[in-house]
Design a protein around this ligand. Structure first.
Ligand code: 5GP
Length: 150
């Protein structure tokens, strides 16, 4: 008798698994989100582990994502986390750094030659598939983006 193969597996044999892994990683990461513990991004800021820096100023650091989802995939983070583990934790006092991060996204897009079209993403919390609890913007481009996102 022929085995029954789930319809989703036939359509998305790899992306479904990848999406499940992302969700599982996000749920695991969320457990320690409010512990205040350093994240991998602190090590990148402190140059304890290498990264490919695209832009840096006094307040923000932009570096290439280790697992790019597009030809251009740059992460932009505040150098001082100041409670901003995730966008959901933003307070009025964070307004200035949030604006600086968004402006840095434009600078990165310009440097990467994708000003004609790019996407800025912030994943917040487990349902948003956030896996590193140090607020970050993803700048994605260099290919046609699709909508709606997953
Ligand atoms: P999130 O899922 O939290 O929105 O995004 C975290 C991002 O950080 C992921 O896209 C992941 O690939 C990236 N990332 C995780 N660890 C490292 C690392 O050690 N170096 C770099 N450059 N990116 C990382």
């Amino acid at each position: 008798m022929a085995a029954t193969v789930p319809f989703n597996f036939l359509r998305f044999p790899f992306s479904t698994n990848a999406a499940n892994n992302e969700e599982a990683a996000a749920k695991t990461a969320a457990v320690n989100a409010d512990s205040g513990a350093p994240t991998i991004f602190d090590k990148i800021i402190n140059k304890e582990i290498p990264s490919s820096v695209v832009y840096e100023d006094e307040k923000v650091l932009a570096f290439r994502d280790i697992n790019p989802e597009a030809p251009v995939h740059v992460l932009i983070i505040p150098k001082f986390r100041d409670g901003l583990t995730e966008l959901a934790k933003a307070e009025a006092r964070h307004g200035e750094i949030l604006g600086q991060l968004l402006y840095a996204a434009k600078i990165v897009a310009e440097k990467e030659g994708i000003l004609d079209g790019f996407r800025v993403v912030i994943n917040s919390g487990p349902a948003g598939c956030q896996s590193v609890y140090h607020l970050h913007l993803h700048v994605l481009g260099g290919r046609q983006m699709k909508w709606p996102p997953g």
